[in-house]
Design a protein around this ligand. Structure first.
Ligand SMILES: Nc1ncnc2c1ncn2[C@@H]1O[C@H](COP(=O)(O)OP(=O)(O)OP(=O)(O)O)[C@@H](O)[C@H]1O
Ligand SMILES: [Mg+2]
Length: 252
């Protein structure tokens, strides 16, 4: 089977600045990958390369066996901030990718309803973003990333701005959605706990220019719960990530 994502020797430069250096990574279909690394090490750049929003300077980026040279419908992306359109309702914000694809409204009303159910936004369909909490806005953003049913879901620190309780809830929600849909997920996060809680494998990046320092397995069965964070599998993985981050001069 072709990997869902394959990066070979990818380097990304912005003029003189090297953001990513010789990055190699292979992600299987249905895998959940988390990426950790210090601020400015190139995580968002990595995600944009996979989504086809930026070209690589060197090396190759493949998604589902295809070379990526522009935005692709195979990919859904939830950005660091929800970037919802303030004048549109929840329903209309979620519909945006489908409208851009030119789908007819009648053909996607049901899909939007199912997505709203999936993330627990029922009853808020006709509200505007300013009438929602931060966590609810992130849920809308997640729906919008998923609505065109992409095989690959990319999330860039989607829960960084949320309080600890809401964040745990969203982590459980993401685990459930991933288990129900079987999508391939890449999650960027600053939180080691979030990374080990959600991911099958955690990619640890060096500070700029970003390189892959190591990729760690998290050997904890699913579904996972926060009351099991003391499990040896979680402990082993998070200790190792901390070690690597310290050894590479990164602070959490
Ligand atoms: N479009 C751009 N033009 C020029 N430089 C850029 C651009 N995008 C990112 N950079 C630079 O590339 C480096 C990596 O940025 P990137 O946003 O990928 O980091 P990051 O790991 O996502 O950081 P953070 O954790 O703070 O979000 C930074 O030094 C940044 O200034
Ligand atoms: Mg970033």
């Amino acid at each position: 089977m072709k990997p869902a994502i394959r990066l070979e020797n990818v380097t990304k430069k912005f003029d003189e600045l090297t953001a990513l250096q010789s990055v190699g990574l292979s992600v299987e279909k249905g895998e959940f990958i988390a990426v950790v690394g210090s601020s400015g090490c190139g995580k968002s750049t990595l995600l944009r390369l996979i989504a086809g929003l930026l070209p690589a300077t060197e090396g190759s980026v493949m998604v589902n066996g295809h070379h990526i040279d522009g935005p692709t419908e195979d990919v859904g992306i939830a950005f660091q901030t929800p970037v919802l359109l303030p004048w549109r309702t929840v329903r209309e914000n979620i519909a945006l990718p489908l409208e851009i694809q030119g789908a007819r409204r009648a053909s996607y009303e049901d899909a939007i309803g199912r997505m709203i159910d999936l993330v627990g936004l029922k009853g808020f369909e006709d509200k505007q973003p300013h009438q929602l909490s931060g966590g609810m806005q992130q849920r809308v953003s997640l729906c919008r990333a998923l609505i065109h049913d992409p095989a690959l879901l990319l999330m860039d620190e989607p829960f960084g701005a949320l309080d600890a309780m809401t964040r745990e809830q969203m982590n459980l929600e993401v685990q459930r959605i991933w288990m129900e849909t079987g999508k391939t997920v890449v999650l960027i996060t600053h939180s080691i706990i979030e990374a080990v809680f959600l991911a099958d494998r955690v990619v640890v990046m060096s500070s700029r220019p970003g390189r892959v320092v190591d990729v760690l397995d998290v050997k904890v069965p699913r579904p996972r719960s926060f009351s099991n964070l003391g499990d040896p599998g979680f402990q082993e993985a998070s200790d190792r990530i901390r070690e690597l981050m310290n050894a590479n001069g990164m602070v959490e």
